[in-house]
Write a protein that binds this ligand. Structure first.
Ligand SMILES: NC(=O)c1ccc[n+]([C@@H]2O[C@H](COP(=O)([O-])OP(=O)(O)OC[C@H]3O[C@@H](n4cnc5c(N)ncnc54)[C@H](OP(=O)(O)O)[C@@H]3O)[C@@H](O)[C@H]2O)c1
Length: 348
């Protein structure tokens, strides 16, 4: 069965492609950048398909013979729609590595359509949200009466250009939590909380991470907040961004910030990824004072993204792809993440 990586020339797409090739897998490499996709396909001796996402007929044709697409071309607010449309028309399973809450919700809204087509739509097959979603489902299993869920992580390295671009595009939108089952906008860095991720207490701030969307689909816990460990300078900058949101959203400022990002390196080096480790923490509480806390350790975020996405591709190619909108834990259970190299979990 053949499978295709779209955005294979991007930092994360190329990392997934290299990891897959090193394991003897034969994905088709795809993207709109002919020179880069062809160069990578030649280097890894893999098939390639070059196409953009603007013309639906071309995307449909490019998916001929493909069982599952792993979509790595973001920001996904622009690219998830056309790829998911083509997957639904061609009855091809859809995976992506988004962490954007609005993208999760837009794909969740297509659940019935996907079920009717016999297609699995599983966004968030990377660092966000595989480990945190499995942690959320594990906490729900430990405390089935939970009404509140807090998830947090301490990143183990620096972001790629694509991640930084996606963050810049969303900065002016502020924060997001789930309250009473509804996604609720809040100011950036709305709450600060001291969290012990496993190496002592650290200040962490709320961020509009993808789990605000997905944890509810996985657990039905109606109140969800996601925290990220943040040094003082970042906490101050995030709070200040409350007052300059319209400026951050303006075209000249977006252009300037994106040019600064493009001038930087594509992402962490292999050595940096090798050194980095991520720590996750989660807490479920209920109205009766019940509380469950669990922690997780994973490889660095981009390495984990490649490992997690490939583990999900393996599941799909092995015939396990429940139709409809899925989260990682809903499709494969809370312990799925423990089968990924370098991941461990501990209950407090
Ligand atoms: N959830 C997670 O844990 C996680 C982990 C890693 C990455 N990500 C997300 O994945 C995305 C990619 O990150 P990255 O670091 O790989 O970025 P990158 O190095 O900038 O690569 C982006 C890729 O997307 C392609 N692309 C962008 N816009 C496109 C469009 N409109 N049509 C077709 N292709 C398009 C680019 O093609 P060109 O070369 O032609 O521009 C390139 O192949 C980002 O949104 C990032 O936030 C999420």
């Amino acid at each position: 069965m053949s499978w295709l990586i779209y955005g294979a020339n991007g930092y994360t797409g190329a990392l997934v492609a290299r990891t897959a090739a090193a394991r003897g897998q034969r994905p088709i490499l795809a993207g709109r950048n002919r020179a880069e996709v062809e160069a990578l396909a030649r280097a890894l001796t893999l098939e390639r398909r070059v196409f953009g996402l603007d013309q639906p007929g071309i995307v449909d044709d490019a998916l001929a013979g493909v069982t599952v697409v792993l979509h790595c071309a973001g920001p996904f607010s622009r690219t998830a729609g056309p790829v998911a449309d083509a997957c639904l028309r061609r009855r091809v399973h859809y995976l992506d590595i988004t962490g954007e809450a609005a993208v999760f919700e837009s794909l969740a809204a297509r659940d019935a359509e996907a079920k009717a087509a016999g297609v699995m739509l599983l966004p968030g097959a990377g660092f966000d949200v595989v480990p945190s979603d499995c942690l959320a489902a594990h906490l729900k299993r430990r405390l089935p009466t939970a009404t509140h869920l807090a998830l947090g992580f301490q990143p183990g390295g620096r972001p790629s250009r694509g991640t930084a671009t996606t963050m810049i595009e969303n900065l002016h939108r502020g924060g997001l939590v789930r309250r009473g089952g509804r996604l609720t906008p809040v100011p950036p860095a709305w709450k600060t909380r001291i969290i012990d991720f496993g190496r002592g207490p650290r200040p962490a701030i709320t961020i509009p991470w993808g789990d605000v969307a997905t944890a509810y689909h996985s657990t039905r816990i109606p109140n969800v907040e996601v925290y990220m460990a943040a040094p003082a300078a970042l906490r101050v900058a995030m709070r200040l961004s409350r007052y300059v949101a319209p400026v951050l959203a303006s075209k000249p400022v977006q252009r300037f910030l994106k040019a600064r990002i493009r001038a930087g390196t594509p992402g962490p080096t292999d050595a940096e990824r090798e050194r980095g480790k991520c720590l996750l923490w989660g807490e479920a509480t209920d109205e009766a004072g019940g509380r469950a806390v669990s922690r997780m350790k994973t490889p660095e975020g981009y390495t984990l993204t490649a490992f997690a996405a490939l583990a999900i591709v393996d599941k799909v190619l092995g015939g396990s792809a429940p139709p409809g909108f899925q989260t990682p834990s809903r499709a494969y259970g809370p312990d799925f993440v423990l089968g990924i190299e370098g991941v461990s979990r501990e209950d407090e």
